[in-house]
Design a protein around this ligand. Structure first.
Ligand code: GRF
Length: 198
């Protein structure tokens, strides 16, 4: 059994998929907290349903960068975790957090990195670019988080075909289904590699 925290900003479908795998025993772990930078996001409701403590920490709650970072680190010191999982978190992770959990922060990105990653490649922009460039395939990547956005070591990917006439929304939906299958499994495998579980 190991522990993880999640950071999210959006609908939270990846967060929910992780919690479902904890609930059915496939992911032998405990989710200790959710951090959001948007108190109204869907992930907050999911945390309520699953009884996960939620912390809203953002530029609104903590306008000064130092206080914002201290608040994030405060959650970690009150709720120590083995892994921190980004699941649609839309803010850059501060270096202080990366240093507090070296090689222990994972992210899921909806394209086959190193392509279509980095600045500007978020949300539908990613899928729009993939379609405009007539890529034959795309798909999710799980990678370690470093101070360079979307550049950390790749842990796993799932190729998903781009179909003739796909809209960005259709492609995003097909990839999202694969994200839900890939993230928990990669987390489990990585926890084994780190010897957090057998
Ligand atoms: C996913 O597409 C993920 O790859 C990206 O943000 C999106 C989050 O979706 N990082 P959800 O909030 O988990 O539904």
């Amino acid at each position: 059994m190991f522990s993880f925290g999640v950071m999210a900003s959006g609908g939270g479908s990846n967060f929910k998929a992780l919690l479902e795998k904890v609930q059915d025993g496939s992911l032998r772990a405990k989710c200790s907290f959710l951090i959001v930078n948007n108190g109204d996001c869907g992930a907050v409701q999911i945390a309520k349903e699953f009884g996960v403590p939620t912390f809203h920490i953002s530029g609104k709650t903590h306008p000064k960068q130092l206080e914002y970072e201290e608040a994030l680190l405060g959650v970690l010191s009150n709720h120590p975790v083995d892994l921190l999982l980004l699941a649609g978190y839309m803010k850059k992770i501060p270096d202080s957090l990366i240093q507090a959990l070296p090689e222990r922060i994972l992210n899921i990105h909806p394209a086959l990195l190193p392509k279509y990653g980095g600045k500007g490649f978020w949300g539908m922009n990613v899928h729009r670019a993939v379609i405009e460039n007539h890529e034959k395939q795309s798909g999710p990547t799980v990678h370690l988080v470093t101070s360079e956005i979307d550049k950390g070591r790749i842990l796993a990917q799932t190729p998903v075909p781009v179909l003739e006439g796909d809209s960005p929304e259709e492609l995003a939906a097909r990839i999202l289904q694969q994200e839900h299958r890939l993230y928990w499994k990669t987390v489990l495998d990585y926890a084994k590699t780190l010897k957090l579980i057998l």
